[in-house]
Design a binder for this molecule. Structure first.
Ligand code: ZN
Length: 111
């Protein structure tokens, strides 16, 4: 199984597969920008500076749970951060327009 085809973004990938796109071989494990976490990344996603949407969603849910303090900085971050969904590279803002954070995801981060 390569990625999970019933989801618009990879949620689980096989060992050695890029966590961001679920399509290419991982070339190494890299720290993520906003989170104390790391992900296995492939060459293409590294070049695109894209990060896994599943992780970015958790961060966005956490921010939503805590409340956005600096709206301008947050909006800027949504536009700058790139991810992979629907088989293409998109900004985090675009990905969230397509797949908004659910109340359930926010509630989980409040615990
Ligand atoms: Zn990739």
């Amino acid at each position: 199984m390569r990625g999970r085809m019933n989801s618009p973004w990879p949620t689980k990938v096989d060992p050695g597969v890029c966590h961001t796109c679920g399509q290419e071989a991982m070339v190494g494990v890299f720290g993520l920008t906003e989170m104390p976490a790391s992900a296995g990344m492939g060459e293409r996603c590294l070049a695109e500076r894209a990060e896994p949407f599943s992780w970015l969603r958790r961060h966005v849910a956490l921010v939503a749970a805590k409340g956005v303090r600096d709206r301008a900085a947050y909006e800027n971050w949504l536009d700058k951060r790139k991810t992979y969904a629907d088989g293409e590279y998109v900004t985090l803002r675009e990905a969230l327009v397509r797949y908004p954070i659910t109340p359930g995801e926010i509630a989980r981060e409040k615990q």
